[in-house]
Design a protein. Structure first.
Length: 403
C-alpha cells in the first residue's frame, strides 16, 4: 500500500503576488532541486520533501485569478517557471502540469462556488494530481470510468486509470469520468477517500519520479459540488492549448538542463581531441560549432514557447476561431522544436563531453531518458502535420492532443 497524504496537514503556502516574484522563487527552488536531482533519479526516490517545499513556496497557486486571491500570472510566466524547474529536475517539472491544467479547467468551466472553493485549496498549498487517461481504452482520449448518481447530492466512481502523474503526491485527484449524459466530467476526489488506491507502479525509464502509474476507484463517493464539466464540450476554449504549452515548457527545461550540463562538463572535465591541437576541450573549434548550433535551436525553442504562451492569452480574451487557431498552431510549433532540441541536446551532451561523461555515477543520461519519455506524450509528427496544413491549405487546426 502506498503512503497516504494527510489532507489535514498541508504546509501553508506563501502567497505570491507578482510575476517577478514567481520567477525569483522558481529560480531559487530550481537551484535547490538541482543539487540531488541525479541521486533522486538513480534511486527512484520519491520527492516528498521537495514537493512539500515546492507547493509551500506558493508557485502552485500562481495561476489562480487575481479576483480569487492569486497572482493570475500570464501563460508566458508560467512557462518560464515550469522550464526553470524542469531544467533542474524533469520529474519535479512535470508533476504540477496537471495541477495547472486543472486550475484552467476550473477557471473556464467551474461555477462561481466551485471557483471559490477549489481555488482556495490551491492557494492553501493543496496539490491536484490527475486520473485522466486509461491504459486499456482504444485511444488516449477515451474514458470508461463511470460517474453514477448516488442520491441528489453525490455520485459514485468506479474504474481504473493509468499515467496518473502526481496522484501519489496529491491531496486531490481530478478524475475524468463519463456521466449518465455520456459527456466527460471532472470529479475532484480526495486522495485519502475510501475506495481510492494509488499504486506506485510507474516503471518508465525516464521521468522516473512522476509516479505516473495506476489509480483505482472502487465505488468512491464524490460530492456533486466537486464535479464540473471537463474540456470536451469547450471547443472554443484555450484549455488544451494551455495544457500543451506547459508540456512544451517541460521539454524546453529538459533541453536547457542538458545544455547546461554539457557546458559544465566540457569546460571542466572533458579532454581535447588529439587533432584539435588545443589545450582545452572548450577551445576545440568543432565542439564550439556544435555547441553553438544547439544554442541557436534552444534560443529558437524558447522564443516559440513564449510566442505560443502570448497567443494563448490573446485567445483567452478573444476566443474566436482564428485566434484559437493561431494559438493552437503556435503551440504545435513550440512542441515540435522543444521535442527536437530536448532530444538533440541530451544526446549531443555525450558526443561533445566524451566517454568520461557516460559513467553511471554522474547519471547524465537522465536528461535523454527524461526527454525521450516525456516527448512521447503527444506524437510530434501530428503537430508538424497540423502546422503544414495550416500554412499550405489555410486549414484551422482542431482542438487536438492530450492534456
Amino acid at each position: 500500500m502506498t503512503p497516504a497524504i494527510d489532507t489535514s496537514a498541508v504546509q501553508a503556502a506563501t502567497l505570491i503576488r507578482s510575476e517577478d516574484e514567481a520567477l525569483d522563487v522558481a529560480r531559487a527552488l530550481a537551484e535547490s532541486f538541482a543539487r540531488e536531482a541525479a541521486q533522486r533519479d538513480a534511486q527512484r526516490r520519491a520527492p516528498y520533501e521537495e514537493l512539500a517545499r515546492f507547493s509551500a513556496s506558493g508557485l502552485w497557486g500562481i495561476t489562480v485569478p487575481r479576483e480569487y486571491g492569486g497572482a493570475g500570472v500570464s501563460s508566458a510566466t508560467l512557462s518560464q517557471v515550469v522550464a526553470l524547474i524542469s531544467a533542474a529536475d524533469g520529474s519535479l517539472g512535470q508533476i504540477p502540469q496537471n495541477h495547472f491544467y486543472t486550475l484552467e479547467v476550473i477557471r473556464v468551466q467551474g461555477s462561481a462556488a466551485q471557483k471559490d472553493r477549489l481555488f482556495q485549496r490551491a492557494l492553501r498549498g493543496e496539490r491536484f494530481g490527475n486520473a485522466l487517461a486509461e491504459r486499456k481504452s482504444r485511444t488516449a482520449s477515451e474514458r470508461t470510468t463511470q460517474l453514477v448518481p448516488d442520491g441528489d447530492d453525490a455520485f459514485r466512481v468506479t474504474g481504473e486509470k493509468f499515467y496518473a502523474t502526481g496522484a501519489l503526491y496529491a491531496q486531490w485527484i481530478p478524475t475524468a469520468v463519463v456521466g449518465p449524459d455520456k459527456k466527460t466530467w471532472l470529479a475532484f476526489i480526495a486522495r485519502d477517500a475510501q475506495g481510492v488506491d494509488v499504486i506506485d507502479d510507474w516503471s518508465g525509464f525516464g521521468q522516473r519520479n512522476t509516479a505516473s502509474g495506476t489509480v483505482r476507484f472502487d465505488n468512491v463517493r464524490v460530492a456533486a459540488a466537486d464535479v464540473l464539466p471537463a474540456d470536451a464540450d469547450g471547443e472554443r476554449t484555450t484549455i488544451k492549448a494551455y495544457a500543451q504549452v506547459i508540456h512544451a515548457a517541460i521539454d524546453l527545461g529538459l533541453a536547457r538542463g542538458a545544455h547546461d550540463a554539457a557546458r559544465a562538463f566540457i569546460t571542466t572535465q572533458s579532454r581535447p581531441w588529439i587533432e584539435a591541437n588545443v589545450e582545452r576541450a572548450a577551445d576545440d573549434p568543432l565542439t564550439i560549432s556544435e555547441f553553438g548550433r544547439l544554442a541557436v535551436r534552444l534560443e529558437a525553442a524558447d522564443a516559440l514557447v513564449e510566442r505560443a504562451s502570448i497567443l494563448i492569452d490573446a485567445a483567452r480574451d478573444d476566443p474566436q476561431p482564428d485566434t484559437l487557431g493561431r494559438a493552437i498552431i503556435a503551440v504545435a510549433e513550440a512542441r515540435t522544436l522543444t521535442t527536437e532540441i530536448s532530444l538533440a541536446a541530451s544526446s549531443k551532451l555525450f558526443e561533445l563531453a566524451g566517454t568520461r561523461a557516460t559513467t553511471s555515477e554522474l547519471n547524465l543520461d537522465r536528461y535523454w531518458r527524461n526527454a525521450r519519455v516525456h516527448t512521447l506524450h503527444d506524437p510530434v509528427r501530428w503537430k508538424i502535420a497540423a502546422v503544414g496544413d495550416y500554412y499550405l491549405n489555410d486549414r484551422l487546426p482542431a482542438q487536438s492532443g492530450t492534456t
